[in-house]
Design a protein around this ligand. Structure first.
Ligand SMILES: [Fe+2]
Length: 278
């Protein structure tokens, strides 16, 4: 089993950074912490993991609803306010498939598609969910953002809470996440399970689906390891025992700016990265 120090980033492909970044900064309270020609790193003030957005050009595919990322507000009526604000500004941000507020699993949320081919969610979670075995519902922020930081919308995205993946078989994938990746199961119901790193509250919802969509490696999650030798050891183990562990594609060990990393595809052909980078 891997010992990782954190789930530190999600990587996400869009079509044009100029179209997609304003959706994150203006509607979801994210900040651009680094910008390169075809890549931007985003961070929410209350959440330590990053979203690294890659510009894939006009032909970047439309990703399934099941590959969305989600943000949380602190009150039920803010979901309604977010829906109204997003409906009113959909032309400016070229948003489509905006759903009315709907309830599911202690949550109340809206979804919309940004012009880069991805679905995003704004949700409220009833804190009572944490008392019913849903630990992913609690602890996403200590200091709430105030309306000075995000004025005039009627809602405040308080945290960047989750990403979403599809899998072929919940039982098999759960074993992989726990026994190979060293992640923990925060909750599970029906065909959905919530996985997270033990050190942080943000999580990935994994949904069993058939048929399903397969993503390109540019859409992946990044796990951090403490040392170069840990990453090298993991790469050696995946090289020799990858078939048994459920590794379907193993990338080359690479290094840049003093850090070491590699990408790999798991038993569901979902992509991950191991790195020593911060
Ligand atoms: Fe979600």
């Amino acid at each position: 089993m891997l010992t990782t120090t954190g789930l530190i980033a999600g990587h996400y492909e869009c079509r044009s950074l100029d179209d997609t970044l304003p959706v994150f900064t203006d509607l979801l309270a994210m900040e651009v912490v680094e910008r390169k020609p075809a890549e931007a790193t985003l961070k929410h003030p209350n959440t330590d993991w990053r979203l690294i957005v890659h510009e894939g050009g006009p032909n970047a595919p439309e990703k399934a609803f099941d590959n969305h990322y989600g943000f949380r507000v602190g009150a039920h009526d803010e979901v309604e306010a977010a829906w109204k604000y997003i409906e009113a500004h959909k032309e400016k941000y070229r948003l489509t498939k905006i759903t009315r507020p709907q309830s599911a699993h202690f949550a109340y949320s809206i979804y919309f598609n940004e012009p880069g081919g991805n679905t995003l969610e704004i949700e409220y979670y009833n804190p009572g969910g944490a008392l019913h075995g849903r630990s992913h519902t609690a602890g996403h922020w200590d200091t709430p953002l105030t309306s000075e930081r995000f004025p005039g919308r009627g809602y405040l995205p308080q945290a960047f809470t989750h990403g979403t993946l599809q899998c072929d078989n919940v039982e098999r994938s759960r074993r992989f996440y726990v026994e190979v990746l060293g992640l923990e199961i925060a909750a599970g119901f029906n065909m959905a399970q919530y996985i997270k790193h033990p050190a942080s509250p943000w999580y990935i919802v994994v949904l069993q689906r058939s048929p399903r969509q397969y993503l390109a490696p540019v859409n992946r999650f990044t796990l951090q390891m403490a040392s170069t030798s840990d990453v090298e050891k993991a790469h050696r183990e995946f090289t020799t025992k990858g078939d048994t562990l459920g590794i379907t594609v193993l990338g080359k060990l690479e290094g840049s700016n003093g850090s070491v990393n590699f990408i790999f595809s798991d038993l569901d052909k979902n992509w991950w990265e191991l790195t020593t980078a911060t």
